[in-house]
Ligand binder design. Structure first.
Ligand code: NHW
Length: 398
Protein backbone atom coordinates (compact mmCIF):
# COMPACT_ATOMS: atom_id res chain seq x y z
CA UNK A 1 0.00 0.00 0.00
CA UNK A 2 1.17 3.52 -0.78
CA UNK A 3 2.08 5.46 2.37
CA UNK A 4 1.84 9.18 1.76
CA UNK A 5 2.65 10.70 5.12
CA UNK A 6 5.37 10.15 7.70
CA UNK A 7 2.88 9.71 10.53
CA UNK A 8 1.09 6.88 8.79
CA UNK A 9 4.34 4.91 8.67
CA UNK A 10 5.12 5.41 12.37
CA UNK A 11 3.77 2.73 14.71
CA UNK A 12 1.65 3.65 17.68
CA UNK A 13 1.64 0.57 19.91
CA UNK A 14 -0.85 2.12 22.33
CA UNK A 15 -2.99 4.27 20.05
CA UNK A 16 -3.48 1.40 17.57
CA UNK A 17 -5.46 -0.37 20.31
CA UNK A 18 -7.79 2.56 20.98
CA UNK A 19 -11.16 3.53 19.43
CA UNK A 20 -9.81 6.49 17.48
CA UNK A 21 -9.53 7.16 13.76
CA UNK A 22 -6.53 5.11 12.55
CA UNK A 23 -4.06 6.20 9.85
CA UNK A 24 -4.77 3.03 7.87
CA UNK A 25 -8.42 4.10 7.57
CA UNK A 26 -7.73 7.61 6.24
CA UNK A 27 -9.68 7.95 3.02
CA UNK A 28 -11.88 4.87 3.65
CA UNK A 29 -15.33 6.18 2.80
CA UNK A 30 -17.10 2.98 3.88
CA UNK A 31 -16.66 3.82 7.57
CA UNK A 32 -19.50 5.85 9.08
CA UNK A 33 -19.06 9.15 10.97
CA UNK A 34 -19.92 9.00 14.70
CA UNK A 35 -19.18 6.59 17.56
CA UNK A 36 -16.56 3.94 16.82
CA UNK A 37 -17.48 1.65 19.75
CA UNK A 38 -20.84 1.28 21.43
CA UNK A 39 -21.11 1.93 25.19
CA UNK A 40 -20.90 -1.17 27.36
CA UNK A 41 -23.21 -1.72 30.37
CA UNK A 42 -21.75 0.14 33.37
CA UNK A 43 -21.52 -3.18 35.25
CA UNK A 44 -18.96 -4.28 32.65
CA UNK A 45 -16.69 -1.28 33.20
CA UNK A 46 -13.58 -2.36 35.10
CA UNK A 47 -14.20 -1.54 38.78
CA UNK A 48 -10.57 -1.35 39.97
CA UNK A 49 -7.92 1.11 38.82
CA UNK A 50 -5.29 -0.04 36.31
CA UNK A 51 -2.01 -1.32 37.73
CA UNK A 52 0.88 1.11 38.05
CA UNK A 53 4.54 0.08 38.34
CA UNK A 54 4.89 -0.93 42.01
CA UNK A 55 6.75 2.18 43.30
CA UNK A 56 3.72 4.34 42.37
CA UNK A 57 0.12 4.76 43.52
CA UNK A 58 -3.00 6.57 42.27
CA UNK A 59 -4.28 9.65 44.04
CA UNK A 60 -7.36 11.75 43.37
CA UNK A 61 -6.33 15.41 43.45
CA UNK A 62 -8.68 17.62 45.45
CA UNK A 63 -8.31 20.96 43.70
CA UNK A 64 -10.22 22.67 46.56
CA UNK A 65 -7.26 21.90 48.77
CA UNK A 66 -4.66 24.67 48.67
CA UNK A 67 -1.94 22.12 49.40
CA UNK A 68 -2.90 19.71 46.57
CA UNK A 69 -3.44 22.56 44.13
CA UNK A 70 0.09 23.76 44.93
CA UNK A 71 1.52 20.28 44.30
CA UNK A 72 -0.21 20.12 40.90
CA UNK A 73 0.94 23.65 40.10
CA UNK A 74 4.58 22.76 40.90
CA UNK A 75 4.51 19.48 38.91
CA UNK A 76 3.22 21.31 35.83
CA UNK A 77 5.44 24.36 36.31
CA UNK A 78 8.50 22.09 36.20
CA UNK A 79 7.41 19.33 33.79
CA UNK A 80 4.60 20.45 31.47
CA UNK A 81 4.71 21.56 27.83
CA UNK A 82 7.77 23.33 26.40
CA UNK A 83 8.35 24.83 22.97
CA UNK A 84 10.56 22.98 20.46
CA UNK A 85 13.66 24.92 21.45
CA UNK A 86 13.06 24.53 25.23
CA UNK A 87 13.07 28.29 25.75
CA UNK A 88 9.64 28.46 27.43
CA UNK A 89 7.41 26.20 29.55
CA UNK A 90 3.70 26.76 30.30
CA UNK A 91 3.18 28.10 33.80
CA UNK A 92 -0.56 27.72 34.44
CA UNK A 93 -1.44 29.62 37.65
CA UNK A 94 -3.22 27.95 40.55
CA UNK A 95 -6.33 30.10 40.00
CA UNK A 96 -6.29 29.08 36.35
CA UNK A 97 -6.06 25.38 37.27
CA UNK A 98 -9.00 25.71 39.69
CA UNK A 99 -11.02 27.44 36.97
CA UNK A 100 -10.09 24.94 34.26
CA UNK A 101 -10.81 21.90 36.44
CA UNK A 102 -14.02 22.88 38.27
CA UNK A 103 -16.61 23.77 35.60
CA UNK A 104 -20.33 23.01 36.14
CA UNK A 105 -20.86 19.31 36.88
CA UNK A 106 -17.16 18.46 37.21
CA UNK A 107 -16.06 15.16 38.75
CA UNK A 108 -13.33 15.14 41.39
CA UNK A 109 -12.55 11.55 40.36
CA UNK A 110 -11.35 12.83 36.96
CA UNK A 111 -8.47 14.82 38.53
CA UNK A 112 -5.99 12.00 38.64
CA UNK A 113 -2.51 12.04 40.10
CA UNK A 114 0.25 9.49 40.55
CA UNK A 115 2.47 9.60 43.64
CA UNK A 116 5.71 7.87 44.53
CA UNK A 117 4.65 5.48 47.33
CA UNK A 118 7.77 6.11 49.41
CA UNK A 119 8.00 9.92 49.33
CA UNK A 120 4.33 10.68 48.41
CA UNK A 121 5.70 13.12 45.83
CA UNK A 122 3.28 13.88 42.96
CA UNK A 123 4.95 12.61 39.77
CA UNK A 124 2.21 12.48 37.13
CA UNK A 125 -1.19 14.01 36.38
CA UNK A 126 -4.08 13.82 33.93
CA UNK A 127 -7.52 15.43 34.05
CA UNK A 128 -10.93 15.37 32.47
CA UNK A 129 -13.82 17.81 32.72
CA UNK A 130 -17.30 17.18 31.33
CA UNK A 131 -18.57 19.09 28.29
CA UNK A 132 -21.38 18.87 25.78
CA UNK A 133 -19.81 19.06 22.34
CA UNK A 134 -21.90 19.44 19.20
CA UNK A 135 -20.61 17.59 16.15
CA UNK A 136 -22.73 18.62 13.16
CA UNK A 137 -26.31 18.01 14.40
CA UNK A 138 -25.46 15.72 17.28
CA UNK A 139 -24.79 16.88 20.85
CA UNK A 140 -22.38 14.45 22.48
CA UNK A 141 -21.47 14.27 26.17
CA UNK A 142 -17.69 14.24 26.29
CA UNK A 143 -14.73 14.57 28.59
CA UNK A 144 -12.21 17.25 27.73
CA UNK A 145 -8.84 15.72 28.59
CA UNK A 146 -5.96 18.01 29.55
CA UNK A 147 -2.84 18.45 31.72
CA UNK A 148 -1.36 15.04 30.91
CA UNK A 149 2.06 15.28 32.51
CA UNK A 150 4.73 12.80 33.54
CA UNK A 151 7.70 14.01 35.58
CA UNK A 152 10.80 14.46 33.42
CA UNK A 153 12.63 11.70 35.29
CA UNK A 154 9.87 9.15 34.53
CA UNK A 155 9.55 9.70 30.78
CA UNK A 156 9.46 6.96 28.10
CA UNK A 157 8.40 4.26 30.57
CA UNK A 158 4.90 3.83 29.06
CA UNK A 159 3.26 5.58 32.03
CA UNK A 160 1.17 7.83 29.74
CA UNK A 161 -0.87 4.95 28.26
CA UNK A 162 -1.75 3.75 31.79
CA UNK A 163 -2.85 7.26 32.74
CA UNK A 164 -4.95 7.56 29.60
CA UNK A 165 -6.58 4.17 30.23
CA UNK A 166 -7.32 5.13 33.85
CA UNK A 167 -8.96 8.44 32.94
CA UNK A 168 -10.93 6.59 30.25
CA UNK A 169 -12.16 4.08 32.85
CA UNK A 170 -13.26 6.85 35.22
CA UNK A 171 -15.04 8.70 32.40
CA UNK A 172 -16.81 5.46 31.43
CA UNK A 173 -17.96 5.05 35.06
CA UNK A 174 -19.93 8.30 34.56
CA UNK A 175 -21.54 6.79 31.46
CA UNK A 176 -19.59 9.07 29.11
CA UNK A 177 -17.98 7.42 26.06
CA UNK A 178 -16.36 10.19 24.03
CA UNK A 179 -13.59 12.72 24.64
CA UNK A 180 -11.93 15.75 23.04
CA UNK A 181 -8.27 16.74 23.44
CA UNK A 182 -5.47 18.64 21.73
CA UNK A 183 -1.77 17.93 21.45
CA UNK A 184 1.29 19.34 19.76
CA UNK A 185 2.24 15.82 18.66
CA UNK A 186 0.69 13.88 15.76
CA UNK A 187 -1.39 10.93 16.96
CA UNK A 188 -4.01 8.81 15.17
CA UNK A 189 -5.74 10.94 13.81
CA UNK A 190 -6.40 14.70 14.01
CA UNK A 191 -9.87 16.05 13.19
CA UNK A 192 -8.02 19.22 12.26
CA UNK A 193 -4.58 20.80 12.58
CA UNK A 194 -4.36 24.42 13.63
CA UNK A 195 -1.62 26.96 13.75
CA UNK A 196 -0.85 29.48 16.48
CA UNK A 197 -0.37 33.12 15.49
CA UNK A 198 1.30 35.67 17.76
CA UNK A 199 0.74 39.41 18.03
CA UNK A 200 3.59 41.24 19.77
CA UNK A 201 2.45 43.67 22.45
CA UNK A 202 5.87 44.15 24.08
CA UNK A 203 8.20 43.50 21.12
CA UNK A 204 11.38 44.58 22.92
CA UNK A 205 10.95 41.94 25.63
CA UNK A 206 9.86 39.28 23.12
CA UNK A 207 13.02 39.84 21.11
CA UNK A 208 15.25 39.94 24.20
CA UNK A 209 13.96 36.58 25.48
CA UNK A 210 14.17 34.87 22.07
CA UNK A 211 10.40 34.61 21.50
CA UNK A 212 10.70 36.65 18.30
CA UNK A 213 13.44 38.12 16.16
CA UNK A 214 14.02 41.54 14.74
CA UNK A 215 12.66 41.50 11.19
CA UNK A 216 14.89 41.99 8.17
CA UNK A 217 15.86 45.64 7.72
CA UNK A 218 14.13 46.51 11.02
CA UNK A 219 15.50 48.39 14.01
CA UNK A 220 14.21 48.05 17.56
CA UNK A 221 12.61 51.49 17.49
CA UNK A 222 10.87 50.84 14.16
CA UNK A 223 9.62 47.52 15.56
CA UNK A 224 8.26 49.16 18.70
CA UNK A 225 6.50 51.74 16.54
CA UNK A 226 5.07 49.04 14.26
CA UNK A 227 3.31 47.30 17.16
CA UNK A 228 2.15 50.45 18.98
CA UNK A 229 -1.52 50.48 19.96
CA UNK A 230 -3.91 53.21 21.14
CA UNK A 231 -4.27 53.61 24.93
CA UNK A 232 -7.94 52.70 25.05
CA UNK A 233 -10.52 50.79 22.98
CA UNK A 234 -12.03 52.65 20.05
CA UNK A 235 -15.46 50.97 19.72
CA UNK A 236 -18.28 52.97 21.39
CA UNK A 237 -20.02 50.78 24.01
CA UNK A 238 -17.02 48.44 24.46
CA UNK A 239 -16.99 47.32 28.11
CA UNK A 240 -16.12 44.42 30.41
CA UNK A 241 -18.70 41.61 30.62
CA UNK A 242 -20.69 41.46 33.89
CA UNK A 243 -22.93 38.85 35.58
CA UNK A 244 -26.05 40.59 34.23
CA UNK A 245 -24.82 39.93 30.66
CA UNK A 246 -24.72 36.12 30.96
CA UNK A 247 -28.05 35.43 29.25
CA UNK A 248 -27.41 37.85 26.35
CA UNK A 249 -23.89 36.48 25.84
CA UNK A 250 -25.20 32.90 25.94
CA UNK A 251 -27.71 33.70 23.15
CA UNK A 252 -25.09 35.52 21.07
CA UNK A 253 -22.51 32.76 21.46
CA UNK A 254 -24.89 29.82 20.89
CA UNK A 255 -26.13 31.39 17.70
CA UNK A 256 -22.58 32.12 16.51
CA UNK A 257 -21.11 28.70 17.35
CA UNK A 258 -23.91 26.84 15.57
CA UNK A 259 -22.24 27.54 12.20
CA UNK A 260 -19.13 25.44 12.97
CA UNK A 261 -18.86 21.67 12.50
CA UNK A 262 -17.58 21.08 16.05
CA UNK A 263 -18.29 23.44 18.96
CA UNK A 264 -19.22 23.39 22.64
CA UNK A 265 -22.94 23.48 23.49
CA UNK A 266 -22.79 26.22 26.14
CA UNK A 267 -25.72 26.97 28.45
CA UNK A 268 -25.91 29.94 30.84
CA UNK A 269 -24.09 28.07 33.61
CA UNK A 270 -21.24 27.24 31.25
CA UNK A 271 -21.01 30.83 30.01
CA UNK A 272 -20.96 32.14 33.58
CA UNK A 273 -18.14 29.75 34.43
CA UNK A 274 -16.07 29.90 31.26
CA UNK A 275 -16.54 33.52 30.21
CA UNK A 276 -17.42 35.75 33.14
CA UNK A 277 -14.18 37.64 33.88
CA UNK A 278 -12.01 36.09 36.61
CA UNK A 279 -9.00 38.22 37.59
CA UNK A 280 -5.77 36.99 35.95
CA UNK A 281 -7.54 33.96 34.44
CA UNK A 282 -10.14 34.90 31.84
CA UNK A 283 -11.32 38.24 30.53
CA UNK A 284 -14.35 39.08 28.40
CA UNK A 285 -15.53 42.28 26.77
CA UNK A 286 -18.65 43.12 24.84
CA UNK A 287 -20.11 45.89 22.75
CA UNK A 288 -23.36 47.32 24.05
CA UNK A 289 -25.05 49.54 21.50
CA UNK A 290 -25.16 53.08 23.00
CA UNK A 291 -28.61 53.62 21.42
CA UNK A 292 -30.50 50.33 21.76
CA UNK A 293 -28.45 48.75 24.57
CA UNK A 294 -28.37 45.54 22.53
CA UNK A 295 -25.26 43.43 23.04
CA UNK A 296 -23.92 42.91 19.54
CA UNK A 297 -20.33 41.74 19.86
CA UNK A 298 -18.12 39.84 22.26
CA UNK A 299 -14.46 38.92 22.69
CA UNK A 300 -12.52 36.99 25.32
CA UNK A 301 -9.05 35.78 26.15
CA UNK A 302 -7.43 33.72 28.89
CA UNK A 303 -4.15 34.35 30.72
CA UNK A 304 -1.53 31.63 30.39
CA UNK A 305 1.99 32.74 31.33
CA UNK A 306 5.09 30.76 30.40
CA UNK A 307 8.31 30.47 32.37
CA UNK A 308 11.28 31.81 30.45
CA UNK A 309 14.00 29.21 30.85
CA UNK A 310 17.47 30.60 31.50
CA UNK A 311 17.23 34.34 30.77
CA UNK A 312 19.13 36.78 33.00
CA UNK A 313 16.59 39.57 32.88
CA UNK A 314 13.16 37.99 32.61
CA UNK A 315 11.51 34.91 34.16
CA UNK A 316 7.87 35.15 32.99
CA UNK A 317 6.30 35.70 29.58
CA UNK A 318 2.78 37.07 29.98
CA UNK A 319 0.61 35.64 27.19
CA UNK A 320 -3.08 36.21 26.46
CA UNK A 321 -4.83 33.53 24.37
CA UNK A 322 -7.81 34.37 22.19
CA UNK A 323 -10.83 32.38 23.43
CA UNK A 324 -14.33 32.90 21.99
CA UNK A 325 -15.14 35.98 19.87
CA UNK A 326 -18.44 36.95 18.22
CA UNK A 327 -19.05 39.85 15.91
CA UNK A 328 -22.47 40.75 14.53
CA UNK A 329 -22.07 44.52 14.17
CA UNK A 330 -18.53 45.64 14.98
CA UNK A 331 -16.15 44.29 12.32
CA UNK A 332 -14.18 41.39 13.81
CA UNK A 333 -10.83 43.07 13.13
CA UNK A 334 -11.93 46.18 15.04
CA UNK A 335 -13.24 44.09 17.94
CA UNK A 336 -9.97 42.15 18.11
CA UNK A 337 -7.98 45.37 17.86
CA UNK A 338 -9.83 46.53 20.99
CA UNK A 339 -9.00 43.15 22.60
CA UNK A 340 -5.31 43.79 21.81
CA UNK A 341 -5.58 47.26 23.35
CA UNK A 342 -7.04 45.98 26.63
CA UNK A 343 -4.54 43.09 26.73
CA UNK A 344 -1.68 45.54 26.26
CA UNK A 345 -3.07 47.73 29.04
CA UNK A 346 -3.10 44.64 31.29
CA UNK A 347 0.62 44.25 30.61
CA UNK A 348 0.49 41.09 28.46
CA UNK A 349 3.61 40.69 26.33
CA UNK A 350 1.95 38.77 23.51
CA UNK A 351 -1.56 37.92 22.27
CA UNK A 352 -1.91 34.44 20.75
CA UNK A 353 -4.68 33.11 18.52
CA UNK A 354 -5.34 29.91 16.61
CA UNK A 355 -6.58 29.98 13.04
CA UNK A 356 -9.95 28.57 14.20
CA UNK A 357 -13.43 30.02 13.59
CA UNK A 358 -13.15 33.35 11.71
CA UNK A 359 -9.75 34.23 13.14
CA UNK A 360 -7.97 34.06 9.75
CA UNK A 361 -9.87 37.18 8.72
CA UNK A 362 -8.01 39.44 11.19
CA UNK A 363 -4.63 37.76 11.84
CA UNK A 364 -2.58 39.38 9.09
CA UNK A 365 -4.33 42.72 9.22
CA UNK A 366 -3.69 43.01 12.97
CA UNK A 367 0.01 42.11 12.58
CA UNK A 368 -0.09 38.61 14.02
CA UNK A 369 2.78 36.44 12.76
CA UNK A 370 2.56 32.66 12.29
CA UNK A 371 4.16 30.53 15.03
CA UNK A 372 6.19 27.38 14.39
CA UNK A 373 4.20 24.89 16.48
CA UNK A 374 1.00 23.22 15.31
CA UNK A 375 -1.91 22.19 17.48
CA UNK A 376 -3.77 19.01 16.54
CA UNK A 377 -7.36 18.45 17.70
CA UNK A 378 -8.62 14.93 18.45
CA UNK A 379 -11.83 13.12 19.36
CA UNK A 380 -11.82 9.79 21.21
CA UNK A 381 -14.38 7.22 20.08
CA UNK A 382 -15.93 9.54 17.48
CA UNK A 383 -14.96 9.35 13.82
CA UNK A 384 -15.00 12.31 11.47
CA UNK A 385 -14.05 10.78 8.12
CA UNK A 386 -12.89 13.96 6.43
CA UNK A 387 -10.60 16.20 8.41
CA UNK A 388 -11.96 19.70 8.97
CA UNK A 389 -10.44 23.00 8.00
CA UNK A 390 -9.41 24.98 11.11
CA UNK A 391 -12.07 27.55 10.18
CA UNK A 392 -14.73 24.84 10.57
CA UNK A 393 -13.74 24.32 14.21
CA UNK A 394 -15.58 26.28 16.92
CA UNK A 395 -13.79 24.79 19.94
CA UNK A 396 -10.94 26.21 22.02
CA UNK A 397 -9.39 23.97 24.68
CA UNK A 398 -7.18 25.42 27.43
S1 NHW B 1 -1.17 17.80 25.29
C1 NHW B 1 0.08 17.98 26.49
C2 NHW B 1 0.75 16.70 26.85
N1 NHW B 1 1.75 16.93 27.87
C3 NHW B 1 3.02 17.34 27.62
O1 NHW B 1 3.44 17.49 26.50
C4 NHW B 1 3.88 17.62 28.85
C5 NHW B 1 5.31 17.19 28.67
N2 NHW B 1 5.36 15.79 28.32
C6 NHW B 1 5.07 14.77 29.17
O2 NHW B 1 4.70 14.97 30.32
C7 NHW B 1 -2.66 18.26 26.19
C8 NHW B 1 5.18 13.36 28.61
O3 NHW B 1 6.01 13.39 27.47
C9 NHW B 1 3.79 12.76 28.23
C10 NHW B 1 4.01 11.40 27.56
C11 NHW B 1 2.97 12.54 29.51
C12 NHW B 1 3.02 13.63 27.27
N3 NHW B 1 -1.39 12.79 24.09
O4 NHW B 1 4.64 7.23 28.86
P1 NHW B 1 5.20 7.20 27.49
C13 NHW B 1 -3.20 17.04 26.92
O5 NHW B 1 -2.93 16.89 28.11
C14 NHW B 1 1.65 8.66 23.64
C15 NHW B 1 -1.71 11.49 23.91
O6 NHW B 1 6.34 6.27 27.29
P2 NHW B 1 6.11 9.90 27.90
C16 NHW B 1 -4.03 16.06 26.16
C17 NHW B 1 2.68 8.29 22.62
O7 NHW B 1 2.16 8.50 21.31
N4 NHW B 1 -0.80 10.50 23.80
O8 NHW B 1 5.62 8.65 27.00
C18 NHW B 1 -3.82 14.63 26.61
C19 NHW B 1 2.93 6.83 22.94
O9 NHW B 1 1.87 6.02 22.47
P3 NHW B 1 2.06 5.23 21.07
C20 NHW B 1 0.49 10.84 23.91
O10 NHW B 1 6.79 10.85 27.01
C21 NHW B 1 -4.65 13.68 25.80
C22 NHW B 1 2.84 6.82 24.47
O11 NHW B 1 2.09 8.02 24.85
C23 NHW B 1 0.89 12.17 24.10
O12 NHW B 1 6.83 9.44 29.11
C24 NHW B 1 -4.51 12.25 26.24
C25 NHW B 1 4.21 6.89 25.11
O13 NHW B 1 4.02 6.84 26.49
C26 NHW B 1 -0.10 13.15 24.18
N5 NHW B 1 0.17 14.45 24.36
O14 NHW B 1 4.73 10.58 28.39
C27 NHW B 1 -5.39 11.33 25.47
N6 NHW B 1 2.23 12.20 24.18
O15 NHW B 1 0.75 4.56 20.78
C28 NHW B 1 -6.82 11.35 25.97
C29 NHW B 1 2.66 10.94 24.02
O16 NHW B 1 2.42 6.24 20.04
C30 NHW B 1 -7.69 10.31 25.27
N7 NHW B 1 1.62 10.12 23.87
O17 NHW B 1 3.18 4.24 21.29
C31 NHW B 1 -9.12 10.31 25.77
C32 NHW B 1 -9.27 9.66 27.11
C33 NHW B 1 -10.69 9.78 27.69
C34 NHW B 1 -11.70 8.90 26.87
C35 NHW B 1 -13.18 8.85 27.46
C36 NHW B 1 -14.26 8.06 26.77
Amino acid sequence: RFQDSMSSVKRHKFWETQPVGQFKDVGDTSLPDGSIELPTPLSEVKQEPYNLPSPYEWTTCDMDSEETCTEVYILLKNNYVEDDENLFRFNYSKEFLRWALRPPGYYKSWHIGVRAKASKKLVAFITGVPARIRVRNEIVKMAEINFLCVHKKLRSKRLAPVMIKEVTRRVHLENIWQAAYTAGVVLPTPITTCQYWHRSLNPKKLIEVGFSRLGARMTMSRTIKLYKLPDSPVTPGFRKMELRDVSAITRLLRNYLSQFVVSPDFDENDVQHWLLPTEDVVDSYLVESPETHDITDFCSFYALPSSILGNQNYSILKAAYSYYNVSTKTPLFQLMNDALIVAKRKDFDVFNALDVMHNESFLKELKFGPGDGQLHYYLYNYRIRNALRPSELGLVLL
